[in-house]
Design a protein around this ligand. Structure first.
Ligand SMILES: Cc1cc2nc3c(=O)[nH]c(=O)nc-3n(C[C@H](O)[C@H](O)[C@H](O)COP(=O)(O)OP(=O)(O)OC[C@H]3O[C@@H](n4cnc5c(N)ncnc54)[C@H](O)[C@@H]3O)c2cc1C
Length: 434
């Protein structure tokens, strides 16, 4: 391994891994790998420090399982919120946005709504990262490789050469360009889903007062809620031991099949409360109460990636949002990044994995993960349609809507990522016998 002007490493190691991107996925992955003292693990983050936005993130049972398998359960449980009794198993209650009428609830037995404040979660996993692994101000601009090694180049003129490069660098990934060269795969550009998401956090006690003033139940502040309507929906769930309520209010342009973001518009901007209230004019008293508590919303133009033809090229792999960025309608993107982190770390820390077999290991990872992550992308987009009365074969038929909401997450949640590890090992074993 050569670690030109970036990292000096003297101990002999089985092989070396460069991780590009220190978001939730990249850091969890680095923590899992760094427990194997035979690996040289280096993480390169573009920002001057680890950082996450001050919003909530919710995890389904599959993601909570991945967190346990990654050995991060204690760190997670210290900060995680769950639904209060007797709603422990409720992921979300679903209501009609025009009048707050209860439609149904999606239940995740034993887990319910498991959510955290993003910044708290990142800090909790960073606390498990050994000293000296993370390098900041390292924006990857290019990756290349030869038969024996892969190199990431950074915008400060330094580079890292190792046996493997893993791109955990998010939706605008620089590593993706190397894995899917435009000459062969065309230019892969994240596209706008047609949906804007207005986000805000509210002090729970303020929301309770506001709901009461509108004659709405207190439960709406404490139990996760989704309010549904045509081309719009609003979600709320508590974070920070229920001191705060995380709010996301979505509106979608379905007037054309391929909506375009106005030229030059930023993906994220601060907008006025009046704009948001206007979008939800005529919605229920509870929805008005929620939105009136957010004085300075941010508006996110939600982007996603097309399903990619591949995630790996020899010694280089993309994972997390870099490979399968999706819309957040199933609360699944960070969960998929954590599943990726667990499965990949398990395969790379396997004693049989060495610098020459790494390309086969990355290929086996892609073979067992790609179909699932593509399906999560696809169904996340469809979920937005279902919630906004535009689901194919469902529309505004509430009976069909309820039936769909009660079962649509089962396949996603009832997945043990360890089975992916087993499947990949089986493939590798049959490959080595061939
Ligand atoms: C409104 C909204 C709500 C969401 N809610 C949920 C939810 O409830 N549950 C859920 O599971 N998911 C949710 N998601 C999705 C989730 O946030 C992402 O799927 C998840 O953050 C992806 O993690 P990641 O580590 O792959 O990428 P990121 O979190 O994007 O991290 C990428 C990291 O790489 C760094 N980086 C980028 N480019 C470079 C470069 N060239 N060189 C070096 N470093 C680089 C970045 O600075 C960043 O630190 C939501 C998303 C949105 C937009």
């Amino acid at each position: 391994m050569v670690a030109n002007s970036t990292v000096a490493n003297t101990q002999p190691k089985r092989f070396s891994i460069g991780i590009i991107g220190g978001g939730i996925g990249g850091v969890a992955f680095a923590v899992a790998l760094s427990r194997d003292s035979q690996l040289d693990v280096q993480l390169f983050e573009a920002a001057p420090q680890f950082s996450e936005i001050g919003a909530g993130v919710s995890f389904g049972p599959n993601a909570v399982k991945a967190i346990q398998l990654l050995g991060l359960e204690d760190a997670y449980q210290r900060i995680a919120d769950s639904s209060p009794a007797p709603f422990e198993d409720v992921w979300f209650e679903w209501r009609r946005g025009s009048d707050d009428a209860y439609l149904t609830a999606s239940l995740a037995p034993g887990v319910g709504q498991s959510s955290v404040h993003r910044a708290d979660f990142l800090a909790a996993i960073v606390a498990n990262l050994p000293e000296g692994i993370a390098h900041f101000g390292k924006r990857c601009v290019k990756v290349n490789q030869d038969t024996d090694s892969a190199t990431a180049f950074f915008d400060d003129g330094t580079h890292f050469t190792g046996d493997v490069i893993i791109g955990f660098d998010g939706i605008k990934s620089a590593v993706r360009h190397h894995v899917l060269p435009p000459e062969q795969y065309g230019e892969i550009i994240p596209f706008w889903s047609g949906t804007y998401a207005y986000r805000g956090m509210i002090l729970t006690r303020n929301l309770e007062v506001a709901l009461k003033a509108k004659g709405s139940e207190r439960r709406l502040a404490l139990v996760p809620q989704m309010y549904l309507g045509k081309d719009r929906h609003i979600l709320t769930f508590p974070v920070k031991q229920s001191q705060l309520v995380n709010v996301v209010a979505f509106m979608t342009d379905r007037s054309t099949p391929h909506p375009q973001l106005p030229e030059g518009e930023e993906w994220v901007k601060v907008v006025t409360q009046a704009e948001m209230l206007d979008v939800f004019e005529g919605w229920s008293p509870a929805c008005q109460a929620i939105l009136e508590c957010i004085s300075e919303p941010t508006r996110w133009a939600l982007h996603e990636l097309p399903e990619l033809a591949r995630y790996h090229r020899d010694r280089v792999l993309i994972v997390g949002d870099a490979a399968h960025a999706l819309v957040p309608h199933q609360g699944a993107g960070a969960g998929q990044a954590l599943e990726d982190a667990y499965v990949l770390a398990s395969l790379l820390t396997d004693e049989s994995c060495h610098r020459h077999s790494v390309p086969n290991v990355l290929a086996a990872f892609e073979q067992v993960r790609r179909a699932r992550t593509c399906k999560v992308q696809r169904t996340s987009h469809e979920a937005g349609d279902v919630y906004e009365y535009a689901g194919v074969g469902i529309g505004d038929d509430e009976a069909k809507l309820i039936e769909n909401l009660e079962t649509r997450f089962d396949w996603l949640w009832n997945h043990d990522p360890h089975n992916d590890v087993v499947a990949a090992r089986r493939r590798l074993a049959s490959h080595s016998l061939a």
